[in-house]
Design a protein around this ligand. Structure first.
Ligand code: DGJ
Length: 445
């Protein structure tokens, strides 16, 4: 881990205890005298800040160490090398352990919930919601966290890729709801494009917006571009022409899953939102082999999935989209392609509580999709093993190896949410299969 031509300082951050031991050790009696309690306290605070805010604070911390003239430089360099050697936990994580605490290179539980992964040049980048402690963590207090890894097990903290704004007027003001970020690299522009589900601060889940941000490098910083509803004034490609009219039902269906029954007007929300743009909540992004990117999201008050094509720069929608499974209330779409076919895993809609996963297949992204049923088997299958999907990762260099990534949410203490990553299996009869494993590796049979 930690290659990519970075300096030793950038590839590891020793803990406060090591730094204090190191400093007092290399300074001898004189240094111990000047190493006051105040200084130790400041070091610890700087170290804690560096864990929250990333490399910049770590560098400030290091500069502060160097500024202590009483440390002979040569001894200090040796001590740093020793501390780094002890502290870089390369290869520390040797297996996927679904539901367990997953420590990053700082020894801190990975903070990237509802996430997705980008692969580029031997490196995986994991982006997800940074959650804080308590129920406040269900709102975006920090932004989107990024980690990098070459082996998918040991993750280096790359800091906050997209920060929420301190401007209360910003759509991504601190305290908004910013969920399920996904990043793709655009071949046409060379930019990294992040899409996410956005709910404006103080408005609960009523906004149902999609946000987009762009960066020059995989770890950011991502610059927020805009947020909005999707494809205003456009009808889905698979809606018959005779149905393409704006008209509000005399009685709008109640906005709950149980009230949305057979016989309800399943076009009511689509028509209501035609002029202003369609709703989008849980979402993912998928890039096809030909470079076309698609946004897959829960729309129409979560009742219906949409798949919408993105423009060639990946930052907008082309107006071409389809709606799938009206009235089935799917959430948490995750998608992959295998052998020319498209597979999707979703969940039902039960808030933070787990429910049974669902799966579907199609021969074309904007084509006909067919439901395959719950892919989970064994104990916990009816609740997706306590989790909800977020992404399907094709593992590079291992044909036919896909990882289903899911979140075991902990809404009362959001930061403690766990990750359930499982091998996604394809059965001989063309279905998907997920089995819980306590511990597994990519080399298992
Ligand atoms: C389930 C969704 O999948 C999550 O992303 C989140 O929006 C919760 N619902 C909120 O209840």
């Amino acid at each position: 881990m930690g290659g990519r031509g970075r300096s030793a300082l950038e590839t590891a951050r020793p803990g406060p205890i090591e730094m204090i031991t190191m400093a007092s050790g290399c300074g001898g009696a004189a240094s111990r005298r000047s190493f006051s309690v105040v200084r130790i306290g400041r070091f610890v605070r700087q170290w804690e800040a560096s864990r929250e805010t990333g490399l910049d604070s770590a560098v400030v911390f290091w500069e502060d160490v160097c500024a202590m003239r009483w440390i002979p430089a040569s001894v200090c360099v040796l001590a740093v090398a020793g501390a780094l050697a002890q502290d870089v936990p390369a290869g520390v994580v040797s297996a996927f352990e679904p539901g367990a605490v997953w420590r990053d290179d700082h020894g801190v539980h990975v903070n990237a919930h509802g996430g997705g992964i980008l692969y580029e040049q031997g490196m995986y980048y994991w982006y997800g919601e940074h959650k804080v402690a308590g129920a406040a963590g269900n709102y975006a207090q920090v932004g989107v966290h990024c980690y990098s890894s070459r082996d998918l097990l040991n993750w280096r903290d790359e800091g906050i890729a997209l920060a929420v704004s301190d401007d209360p007027e910003s759509p991504i003001a601190r305290g908004c709801i910013l969920e399920r970020p996904k990043v793709v690299k655009c071949p046409a522009t060379g930019k990294y494009v992040m899409w996410f589900h956005l709910e404006l601060k103080g408005k609960g889940y009523s906004s149902a917006l999609s946000g987009v941000a762009v960066a020059d490098g995989p770890t950011g910083p991502f610059r927020f571009m805009r947020a909005g509803r999707i494809n205003p004034g456009k009808w889905p490609l698979n809606l018959p022409e005779e149905e393409q009219r704006v008209e509000l039902s005399p009685v709008m269906p109640v906005l709950t899953r149980s009230a949305y029954r057979e016989g309800d007007d399943r076009l009511a929300f689509l028509r209501r939102d035609w002029a202003g743009g369609q709703m989008a909540r849980d979402m993912t992004i998928f890039v096809d082999d030909d470079g076309t990117a698609y946004h897959i999201y829960a729309s129409e008050e979560n009742s219906t999935l949409h798949i919408a094509e993105l423009t060639t720069d990946y930052t907008a929608h082309t107006g071409r989209y389809v709606r799938l499974f009206p009235g089935r209330f799917h959430e948490a779409p995750a998608i992959c392609k295998r052998g020319g076919r498209y597979y999707m895993v979703t969940s039902g809609c039960t808030g933070w509580a787990p429910n049974a996963a669902r799966s579907m297949v199609a021969d074309a992204m904007l084509g006909e999709w067919r439901e395959l049923g719950n892919p989970c088997v064994g104990e916990g299958a009816e609740r997706t093993f306590g989790a909800q999907g977020t992404f399907i990762l094709p593992v590079q260099g291992r044909p036919d190896t896909y990882i289903f990534m899911a979140d075991a949410w902990r809404p009362a203490n959001a930061i403690d949410g766990r990750y359930v990553w499982l091998p996604l299996q394809f059965t001989e009869d063309g279905a998907l299969r997920l089995e819980m494993c306590k511990s597994w590796t990519l080399d298992d049979d």
